[in-house]
Design a protein. Sequence first.
Length: 380
Amino acid sequence: MNYWLENAKVVLPDQTLERGFVRIEDGHIAQIEEMPDPSSSLPRVDLSHHTLLPGIVDIHGDMLERELEPRPNTLFPLEIALAELDKRLCSNGITTAYAAVALADGPGLRSESRAESLIHAIHQITDELRCNILVHVRFEVSVPSGVPLLERLLKENLVQMVSLMDHTPGQGQFRNLEYYVEYMTKWLGGNREAAQATAQAHLETPISWEVAKGIAGLALERQIPLASHDDDTADKVALMQQLGTSIAEFPVTLEAAKAAAQAGMSVIMGAPNALRGGSHSGNLSALEGIEAGVVHGLCADYHPASLLHAALRIAADGMPLHKAVNLVSLEPAKAAGLVGRGAIQTGFKADLTVLRGSRVAATWREGKLIYADFGLRIGS
């Protein structure tokens, strides 16, 4: 269907039009004007008093596992978990989302068998989903048992992004050993004594990065974006760059974020961190990194609604609206190599979000309405 979206405040990549008119044709943005075309007979959707943003792009969201098991030992069918996550995403203005699925076996929700089931389920029902959900595999470099599965998934073209994680205690996210023990016991439901023993074992036996090199090579051979995870030093960033990573997710220190930015990597932080004003674990503040000019974009991490509201908070704090919106749309799309998404720009996919104030009123994906609340009238 071809139509006009008219009278909206339109957020473009480099400016905001106070009153704009956007023509949608065959699922793409065909025309952007500041004055209406009186000769056009296309249907029109009046967006007076609304703001039109590009669809939000999330390249790292950990929510699927929690939808599958919202409480310990309360498993729901995969189809229901995916459908519920899909609704949450599009109702928060997200049109493209990478479901971050961890391969490592351990306490809590994560296991190799469950990861494989989740990934296959995403691909089996992808045509039924409203949001474009892609697969982001989180590979724990200290657990080489996941290599055969990841190799198979990559060869079957079931993975669209890979991140190399090192969650061993004594560095990265878990530089504080007590925080590691607390996380493993309180959040993942493990045993405290076992967590302490695991921490000690990791300290005594440093991991080998040879396995990671093989995985990185296979991903890059297939032109799949490769991300690092929780880098804490410039040396760690240099190692990850040697492996071929182009994205630095959640650097835990300003030193690491600066090193990654200087190396030309896309630095992505968690939107909940930005919205709340700091890291829940005492690591680098996303706002500090943005102010320093070394954070390029945000991701949902564990809370999809934070993407939009973090961008609005950053804009309220003084950043031009279009630049704040780029943090959750154009910049993540560029980091993931998604061409033609993440911006209201001629020729791009018509992935769009409409706001009334700070609330999502409607979401379009490739020109098709995938979410609308009762307060917005969609014309014919």
